[in-house]
Write a protein that binds this ligand. Structure first.
Ligand code: FCB
Length: 784
């Protein structure tokens, strides 16, 4: 791999946003924003405590050689009610920040809207109201008035697609609405606000202003291998439709002053066109100086009749969103650096006059804090690969002026909270200590060199692990291959070293290089609980991702001791490159024995004992927290929990999430243990009700148990939800058919299956992603 130097004056920087780092959500007169309200817990505070520690953060950037810092301004800090009364202490903060940046020789780039609308405006309709766009212009002018003399570059909006469609259509972001019509109307008002804001900035003399869009190439699975392919008509239409919804809905109004012709009929059908007034698009299409491009991952689709619309893409009926056969980040996002080149090529061809800047690009990977730092090789490789792609685009003539990495700090990743790690600087959220990760040091070198060195980031070897763990190479090898003959202390030391260094066992890599079979085993044990839909999703999605990656799948059922032996023999004989294992619930040795073969293996579900085997799990703890918080928000105080078998890791996590949330509010738990089936739910609920006559709610760790609780409530003459609220978990089909329909936590089966397949591909790619956590979601129905 050669060196790659970047143009002179190429701008190297980092990005952050106000809600994700500032904290201090109720200080110095800041008003609440929709994200304060949307968050289940008040997780916007303390965030990175940047409001207090901004000087330290600027110093960090200075040490890294950062030339430009893109931050966002919190609207409700400046205008607590969204308009009208100005909160000067809020403006003072940005004043101080900008001065500090300038002192450090860092160019400030300000984004005016990074998703944190003042709640006061939301209360009056938020982005569905045209007035919000007018208020935005007032806000933009005000901020410019205070810091415009010193701010180099302005962005009106960050990713309006996300704010409009994840906020109003799928509802996974604030304000959590689920109305396709609202999403289109909001998108238009955001575009209008961009136009009005731009006008306000220009009126005061802003020299360089633009907008930031999240752009992704839209491709079919077939095009992943060969972009020059001619697509069948239906697929071409599917691609065009999603491209219109995701990319062109924003690109064309901003850069051409009109909506894409093929989008308008869709908008009209869903939302009407009454919200688009004459003259709006002239405003929206005023020239910008710079287009910010955020790139993370591609979108892969194909036509499939009768597929329902994806909630985030209203109007996408008949389009199947496909998985990408590539490695993934811990967020589960496929890694495809060439996607960045595709986006840039397209922009250069279609809008050759537009100057570009990569305003976000980066990755969430699990970090391990070791005594001597954080060796985040995967993050480094991710950025490196994307910079190489960017270098190629520059050679092709793309007018990209700079690269701003997302993100400087580990911070609040919106609905996913603190567990996502996008920073090149680690933040310990209990002490707020900052610690540079290896990726930060590496980025510092890239900046100093104005480009990439010849050497790629190096993966640790068996020897490095041995040195760190203070044991012999042979011991490491025995632990990595799960051999029993190692003391628990030595094993623990090796496991720690492996985690800290991000070591990927070499046996696997060797076997891959020397004896690739291009086949993969999908091993299914039948889980005791809720298995059917999960198993069919696993078969469907794992197979399609892995086949897409050119692998032949061997399906193997692990239901008897003899089948276990057969599977192990098959894997030991290196008949496969890798194994996807869906283990039974509860303890089982098959995973361990398969791991010992040295062939890469990934698991569905967190293993009961810590090991080196990477896995995909659902956020059971987070789901249980959301369920319990929801009951508390509905005013319930005496909440009982019906708990499934405690040998299941998922049940342990669900109980832990429930207890933690009660604890936060100083409430005592009431626990009844149950088995798996409805009957045991009835019994446990009876027990709870007789032991705690004042009980006003029940959280059950599964829907089956919750349905049992419904039955027990009926039997006891209690009205649901008036006398007793009930929340389940899993969102099985039956949950929507009970009377009344059950409030529950949705566990996304397809996402788990996709993540599982991609995790294996990551492993085969030599990446060390120890786990992927799939988020769960509260589904509110009538039992609460
Ligand atoms: C982008 C957002 C940013 C961050 C990254 C991971 O969509 O602009 O705030 O959440 O994704």
């Amino acid at each position: 791999m050669g060196t790659a130097s970047f143009p002179e004056n190429f701008v190297w920087g980092v990005s952050t946003s106000a809600f994700q780092i500032e904290g201090a959500t109720d200080q110095d007169g800041r008003g609440p924003s929709i994200w304060d309200r949307f968050a289940d817990e008040a997780y916007g505070d303390p965030a990175c405590d940047h409001y207090v520690r901004y000087r330290e953060d600027v110093r960090l950037m200075q040490d890294l050689g950062i030339a430009a810092y893109r931050f966002s301004v919190s609207w409700s800090r400046v205008l607590p009610e969204g308009h009208g009364r100005v909160n000067n202490p809020g403006l003072d903060f940005y004043d101080r920040l900008v001065d500090e940046l300038l002192r450090a020789g860092i160019a400030p780039y300000a984004t005016l809207y990074h998703w944190d609308l003042p709640q006061a405006l939301q209360d009056r309709g938020g982005w569905t109201s045209r007035d919000t766009a007018l208020h935005f212009a007032e806000y933009a002018g005000l901020v410019y008035d205070r810091i415009g003399d010193r701010v180099d570059t302005w962005f009106t909006f960050n990713e309006p697609w996300v704010a409009a469609f994840l906020g109003h259509a799928s509802g996974v972001h604030a304000p959590g609405r689920q109305s396709a019509a609202d999403a289109f109307v909001s998108a238009h008002h955001m575009l209008l606000a961009h136009g009005l804001g731009l006008e306000a900035l220009r009126a005061q003399g802003a020299a360089r202003a633009g907008v930031v869009l999240n752009l992704s190439p839209v491709l079919t699975p077939a095009q992943l291998g060969d972009m020059s392919l001619d697509l069948p008509e239906e697929d071409a239409e599917a691609v065009a439709r999603i491209d219109a919804l995701h990319n062109r809905q924003f690109l064309e109004p901003v850069l051409r002053g009109h909506y894409p012709a093929d989008l308008l009929p869709l908008v009209e059908k869903i939302a009407g066109l009454g919200h688009i007034h004459d003259g709006d698009l002239d405003l929206v299409g005023r020239p910008i100086d710079l287009l910010g491009v955020n790139y993370y991952t591609p979108i892969v689709v194909r036509a499939q009749p009768s597929t329902p619309a994806d909630p985030a893409f209203p109007g996408s009926e008949g389009v199947l969103f496909c998985s990408v056969p590539t490695a993934v980040t811990a967020m589960g996002w496929p890694i495809m650096p060439s996607g960045l080149s595709l986006v840039l090529r397209r922009l250069s061809e279609e809008y050759p006059e537009t100057e570009l800047m990569i305003t976000e690009n980066g990755a969430d990977f699990v970090d391990v804090v070791a005594g001597d730092g954080i060796h985040d090789l995967d993050r480094m490789s991710f950025v490196e690969e994307h910079l190489r792609a960017l270098r190629t685009s520059l050679d092709e003539g793309a007018r990209v002026r700079g690269y701003l990495l997302w993100s400087l700090l580990d911070c609040v990743e919106w609905a996913d909270g603190y567990r996502r790690k996008f920073g090149i600087v680690h933040v310990d959220f209990t002490t707020q200590r900052r610690l540079l990760k290896d990726s930060a040091l590496w980025y510092r070198d890239v900046i100093k060199r104005n480009g990439l060195g010849a050497e790629r980031p190096k993966r640790p070897t068996l020897e490095t692990v041995a040195a760190r763990a203070g044991v012999s190479r042979a011991t490491v090898s025995r632990v990595v291959n799960s051999e029993a003959s190692v003391s628990p202390e030595a094993r623990a030391a090796v496991l720690r070293a492996v985690q800290e260094l991000g070591y990927v066992p070499n046996a696997a890599a060797r076997s891959l290089v020397t004896r690739r079979t291009d086949s993969v085993a999908l091993v299914l044990s039948v889980p005791r609980h809720g298995g059917d839909s999960l198993i069919s999703a696993v078969v469907q999605y794992v197979t399609s991702v892995l086949e897409g990656a050119g692998k032949q799948i061997t399906l193997m059922l692990a239901d008897t001791a003899e089948s276990h032996r057969r599977i192990i023999r098959h894997v030991e004989a290196r008949q496969v490159d890798g194994v996807v294992l869906v283990p039974p619930d509860g303890p089982d040795t098959l995973a361990e024995r398969l791991a010992r073969t040295g062939v890469p293996i990934v698991l569905l579900g967190r293993p009961a004992i810590a090991s080196l085997v990477p896995y995909v799990e659902v956020d059971n703890t987070g789901g249980a927290k959301a369920a319990t918080r929801h009951l508390l928000d509905r005013g319930r105080r005496r909440i009982g929990v019906i708990c499934g078998p405690m040998d299941l890791v998922a049940v342990q996590d669900r109980l832990a999430g429930h207890l933690a949330t009660l604890h936060e509010d100083g409430l005592r738990p009431a626990i009844a243990l149950a088995g798996l089936d409805r009957r045991s739910g009835v019994t446990a609920a009876r027990e709870l009700l007789s032991g705690h006559p004042d009980l006003d709610a029940v959280f059950a760790t599964s829907d089956e148990l919750a349905i049992g609780a419904l039955e027990a409530a009926r039997e006891a003459g209690l009205r649901v939800p008036q006398d007793l609220a009930i929340v389940g978990f899993d969102d099985i089909h039956a949950a929507s058919c009970t009377t009344p329909p059950l409030t529950t936590i949705r566990v996304p089966t397809a996402d788990q299956a996709l993540a599982l397949a991609r995790l294996l591909l990551s492993r085969l790619d030599g990446r060390h992603t120890p786990l992927v956590v799939v988020p769960t979601r509260l589904v509110v129905r009538d039992t609460t």
